[in-house]
Design a protein. Structure first.
Length: 256
């Protein structure tokens, strides 16, 4: 069997272009880019996915020499993968923000633990919501949807995003506002309910100063907060689906 050198160069170029964007995506994406996942595993996953994806792509520029334009194209491909992965990270972090709001309102601000995935101290509720959204994301094949979006982006815009780099950077920055707004909306029912409870205990402390409101109010707020979160979990899947559709629409708008 004889393989022409031109075909090998063409296939190698296809593989390298696919590996760049996929590698950047896996480097920061949730589940894939977790700190608990060894670097060798990430590299092996990127190579394996690139081998499968490369034949599905449209013809890419053949790499024949190293130039400034080639280095710029490499940076754009990496930035495209990192941008898509960062958008997914923002989606996960909005539930962490919601858990922070709920935990602080319940008086669990001191009950912080280190998130093994990011190495940052978060409240217990933040860690609970993060584990819940991760399991729901995997159960609903969200990781396959992300890879599908990544391949679709290659088919639509082989050289990067559909917008300029400055526009994409601005859209990524705007995701921060969307994350905090969505996090507040997720935590709003529990926060308002706990606020009403705290206001009731404030009225009690004014009407009966002899009562030890702290020893009575803290366990009551804790139990009531657990009850509110338990009730809120009944509408978890519709809320998760709505937010996942929003972040998917935002990500697809970058390539529109």
């Amino acid at each position: 069997m004889v393989l022409p050198v031109e075909d090998l160069v063409t296939w190698g170029s296809q593989f390298i272009w696919a590996l760049l964007r996929i590698g950047g995506f896996l480097m920061v994406a949730p589940v894939f880019g977790n700190q608990l996942v060894p670097g060798r595993v990430k590299v092996a996953m990127a190579i394996a996915i690139a081998i499968v994806v490369a034949p599905l792509l449209h013809p890419m520029p053949v790499i024949t020499e190293i130039s400034v334009a080639l280095i710029a194209d490499v940076a754009i491909q990496l930035f495209a993968g990192i941008g898509l992965g960062f958008a997914t990270v923002v989606f996960f972090q909005l539930f962490v923000v919601a858990g922070q709001f709920i935990g602080m309102q319940m008086g669990l601000g001191f009950a912080a633990m280190v998130d093994p995935g990011s190495g940052v101290q978060v409240t217990v509720w933040s860690q609970f919501f993060l584990l819940l959204v991760t399991l729901t994301f995997i159960a609903m094949n969200g990781h396959l949807v992300l890879l599908d979006v990544l391949v679709a982006g290659y088919k639509l815009y082989p050289t990067g995003f559909g917008h300029s780099t400055q526009e994409v950077a601005l859209k990524i920055a705007e995701l921060g506002g969307w994350m905090f707004v969505s996090g507040v909306l997720v935590a709003l029912p529990a926060v308002i309910s706990l606020l009403i409870v705290n206001m009731a205990f404030g009225v009690m402390s004014r009407s009966a100063p002899q009562l030890n409101v702290f020893s009575l109010g803290f366990p009551f707020s804790l139990v009531f907060g657990l009850l509110i979160v338990w009730v809120a979990l009944h509408g978890w899947l519709p809320q998760f689906e709505r937010l996942s559709r929003e972040i998917l629409d935002i990500t697809l708008s970058w390539m529109a």
